[in-house]
Design a protein around this ligand. Structure first.
Ligand code: FAD
Length: 238
């Protein structure tokens, strides 16, 4: 619910963080989730597009994805690990991919986002404008606070990855999806479609999941999918 009553386009990070100190303002990235419907408290938008936060860079072992890098830029960059590129493509159709951003995806924290799952298994760290950083899993579980401004998301590279998903059709948002990454004999698994946000899980603790029930599947069905898809991913990685 958004009642949009103002628009700012800061030209520097300092100006943006200053504007966001006011609790009635929120960052605007691709704007794919921010729609005026007249509800809620009046909100002013702080457009991030002039801040130069759209670059993608690597030092070999890490890749830094700028907060306003679009999902299309992520897909196009050969610096980005394959699983993240594939997930960026799967999450959105091309029209939305050219708008939706890395920072906006973290802010929206959609429970069915394959991109967020792929970032999780690549040990994503979220970097904020005030020089603080936190693991993506922590940021999603705590949620963003008013005034928080993501400047980039860093991921580690390397390892082998696998993905398995079940949806109503091959291109539909999966009902449940699992992304895995094996690196240095350690396997990280992240699951979408079983909670409010994608989450890191251990193979032997899938029984503790408490998925939602909706028109696309009951909690029991989603739990079973989580087990079957995890087994497929683990099998592919071993
Ligand atoms: C038709 C449609 C289909 C969709 N399908 C999917 C899907 O399949 N999977 C999926 O995951 N999502 C989906 N989405 C949701 C959405 O497109 C994505 O989550 C998208 O990546 C959001 O990015 P954005 O740049 O547009 O963010 P915005 O809409 O601009 O912002 C999203 C939130 O994050 C905050 N934010 C943005 N940037 C920052 C920043 N740098 N620092 C702090 N906070 C920030 C904003 O204030 C806002 O609260 C869909 C949306 C639509 C309209």
């Amino acid at each position: 619910m958004h009642q949009l009553v103002g628009y700012h386009r800061p030209k520097s990070l300092a100006e943006a963080t200053g504007l966001l100190e006011s609790p009635n303002r929120m960052p605007l990235a691709g704007g794919t989730t921010i729609v005026h419907d007249g509800g809620g408290h009046p909100v002013e938008l702080v457009d991030l597009q002039a801040l130069g936060l759209g670059t993608i860079a690597t030092n070999g072992s890490h890749v830094e994805l700028g907060a306003t890098a679009t999902l299309q830029a992520v897909l196009d960059s050969e610096m980005v690990p394959d699983a993240i590129r594939k997930a960026a493509k799967a999450d959105q159709p091309s029209t939305l991919r050219t708008l939706a951003t890395v920072g906006g995806s973290v802010g929206a924290a959609e429970g069915e986002s394959l991109l967020l799952a792929a970032l999780l298994v690549h040990d994503a760290i979220v970097n904020f404008a005030d020089d603080q950083s936190a693991p993506l899993a922590e940021v999603m579980s705590n949620g963003l606070s008013p005034g928080d401004l993501i400047v980039s998301v860093s991921v580690t590279t390397g390892g082998s990855t696998a993905m398995a998903a079940t949806g109503r059709t091959p291109r539909d948002t999966p009902i449940v999806a699992v992304v895995g990454r094996r690196n240095d004999d350690h396997t990280r698994l992240a699951i979408c479609g079983v909670g409010p946000t994608p989450q890191l899980v251990e193979e032997d603790s899938l029984g503790q999941l408490e998925p939602p029930t909706d028109f696309r599947g009951t909690a029991e069905y989603r739990k079973r999918l989580a087990e079957v898809l995890t087994a497929r991913v683990v099998g592919e990685l071993s």
